[in-house]
Design a protein around this ligand. Structure first.
Ligand SMILES: CC(=O)SCCNC(=O)CCNC(=O)[C@H](O)C(C)(C)COP(=O)(O)OP(=O)(O)OC[C@H]1O[C@@H](n2cnc3c(N)ncnc32)[C@H](O)[C@@H]1OP(=O)(O)O
Ligand SMILES: CC(C)C(=O)C(=O)O
Length: 505
């Protein structure tokens, strides 16, 4: 056995699926199972077959659908549960029964109304019974986190003697401190006779936000299987998240531990689970959250742009995310602005960047995030002084049950021209008037209006694409009056005709 290999036992489809609202039908479970197989998990816990005919059926179908990972079925230390689990696993290429019972004083007294000796006997009997069906039997000591280590060691030793191949030490209530959980695993390693015949597994819940820390501490003290879920979903505050543990091991090379996970599939598997289970991933979730590789403050952005590792310990490509993102906000600096402008194809000198930055900050104080088209509007505003055609005057008359009319006066290289037109709306009328003046065949291809802020006094932002002689030109306009913004966008586009900035169709 490779001592440095950590086996990944995924329980998204069992513990994760217990979460209210996350229930999946069999087809959806198969889709997740196939994604987990591609991700490279070693074990898929497929369900709790005794719990319902639907769950039984899913375990049967998953056993047929999946080739490489072991398919595991959960049971209580109850013979009927084990019979049903064994039946559900009949098509599995590699099947595992996961049986167990509560070992903490709480569970023994208040849940099972029993005593330590009786629980030990039931644990051993369940493992022996499961062993009649499959070689691979995992035993869980539920609430091991709050179980006295000496008693826990006695139970674990007995179940290994009974044939358990994996012994699961769950911190069911997420209570342990990382050092305490690690010491528990070490205690078992050092005090259980025959421990080398079994793999020690962790199953940590996140009630105090320490599931990953406890799992990693367990590994560092000898556990070689981790029970995890995608996005950390699971009962109450959830389970240990697969992506956090896998990337911790990968990032800390000095631990010299590895898994079989193809990390490039992490992000897409996370998205699949989130969408099928209708469980949004919190934006600041480690590894897979929307902001996990997003930088929004100037000092960080400057640092990342100079050298990614200044603020990133993982290359996003490693987990299947194209690249880190630089989000432009009122906390961004010139380095981030300049970078984004360059991505958009604008190489500006220092003075121009300073000029745009001033307008950028004014806008950023009003908006939460500055998007690319906001930048283009800012650039459009900047270029206005150099335009050959300028809007000098605009008047529209519009309303219900009347024909909208627009009068436009343009300044073309210092000369003034006026036209009046009607249209099916004020924008249509105004654009027809502009066309009358410029005498060119220009076709409006796309017209998009957006509000920059939220109130009725918003700045309206217009993006237009026009076609002239088989070339598409983009125009932008921004104004509190949406008709003015639209005409400005149209004029912005026609000013570009023939200047080489268009795209051939
Ligand atoms: C930590 C975990 O176990 S996580 C898994 C949680 N998953 C589930 O609970 C799966 C869904 N559960 C179910 O479908 C049902 O609860 C069933 C089918 C398991 C049992 O249903 P019921 O027979 O109606 O029992 P109910 O749910 O009311 O109570 C659970 C019983 O199991 C007993 N029990 C609980 N855990 C175990 C165990 N590991 N081994 C043996 N008995 C157990 C309880 O003491 C209780 O017994 P009691 O009725 O004699 O007091
Ligand atoms: C069944 C066991 C492994 C469990 O889910 C827990 O203890 O949380």
């Amino acid at each position: 056995m490779d001592d440095n290999r950590v086996y990944v036992f995924d329980t998204t489809l069992r513990d994760g699926e217990q979460v209210p609202g996350c229930q999946l039908n069999t087809i959806e479970k198969i889709e997740v199972a196939k994604a987990l197989e591609l991700l490279g998990v070693d074990v898929i816990e497929a369900g709790f077959p005794i719990s319902s005919p639907g769950d039984f059926h899913s375990v049967v179908e998953l056993s047929k659908a999946v080739t490489w990972p072991t398919i595991c079925a959960l049971t209580r230390a109850v013979e009927k549960d084990i019979d049903v689990a064994a039946d559900a696993l009949k098509y599995a290429k590699r099947g595992r029964i996961h049986t167990g019972i509560g070992t903490s004083p709480y569970h023994i007294k208040y849940k099972l109304n029993s005593n330590q000796d009786e629980i030990l006997e039931r644990a051993v009997a369940a493992v022996k019974y499961a062993k009649k069906y499959v070689e691979d039997v995992e035993f869980y000591a539920e609430d091991a986190g709050r179980t006295d280590n000496v008693y826990l060691a006695k139970v674990i030793e007995a179940v290994i003697k009974a044939g358990a191949t994996v012994v699961n030490i769950p911190d069911t209530t997420g209570y342990c401190l990382p050092n305490e959980f690690g010491e528990k695993i070490r205690f078992l390693k050092e005090n259980v006779k025959g421990i080398d015949k079994a793999i020690i597994s962790t199953h940590c819940h996140n009630d105090l936000g320490m599931a990953t820390a406890n799992t990693v501490s367990g590994i560092m003290n000898g556990a070689r299987q981790v029970e995890v879920t995608i996005n950390g979903i699971g009962e109450r505050a959830g389970n240990t998240s697969l992506e956090e543990v896998v990337m911790t091991l990968r990032s800390h090379k000095e631990l010299d531990l590895h898994t079989n996970i193809n990390t490039k599939n992490i992000y897409k598997t996370s998205r699949l689970v989130s969408s099928l289970m209708n469980m949004p991933v919190q934006p600041n979730k480690a590894i897979v959250g929307r902001n996990a590789f997003a930088h929004s403050s100037g000092i960080h952005q400057d640092g990342v742009l100079k050298h990614r590792e200044n603020y990133e310990i993982i290359d996003p490509a490693e987990v299947g995310i194209n690249e880190s993102s630089i989000l432009l906000t009122a906390r961004s600096g010139r380095a981030a602005l300049k970078h984004r402008l360059e991505v958009l194809g604008y190489k500006l000198d220092k003075e121009k960047v300073d000029e745009v930055y001033e307008d950028f900050l004014k806008l950023a104080d009003k908006k939460k995030q500055i998007k690319d088209d906001d930048l283009l509007v800012l650039l459009g505003e900047l270029g206005k002084g150099e335009r050959r055609i300028k809007l000098d005057f605009l008047q529209v008359v519009t309303g219900k049950n009347m024909v909208p009319m627009a009068t436009v006066k343009l300044d073309i290289a210092g000369e003034k021209f006026t036209a009046t037109e009607s249209g099916n709306g004020p924008v249509d009328a105004a654009i027809s008037a502009v066309k009358d003046i410029i005498h060119r065949k220009v076709i409006l291809e796309e017209f998009l209006i957006q509000a920059i802020t939220r109130g009725s006094d918003d700045i309206g932002k217009v993006h237009m694409q026009v076609e002239a002689d088989g070339v598409i030109y983009n125009g932008f306009g921004a104004h509190t009056d949406i008709v003015t913004a639209s005409v400005e966008a149209f004029i912005d586009a026609i000013n570009k005709i023939g200047n080489g900035s268009g795209n051939k169709i």
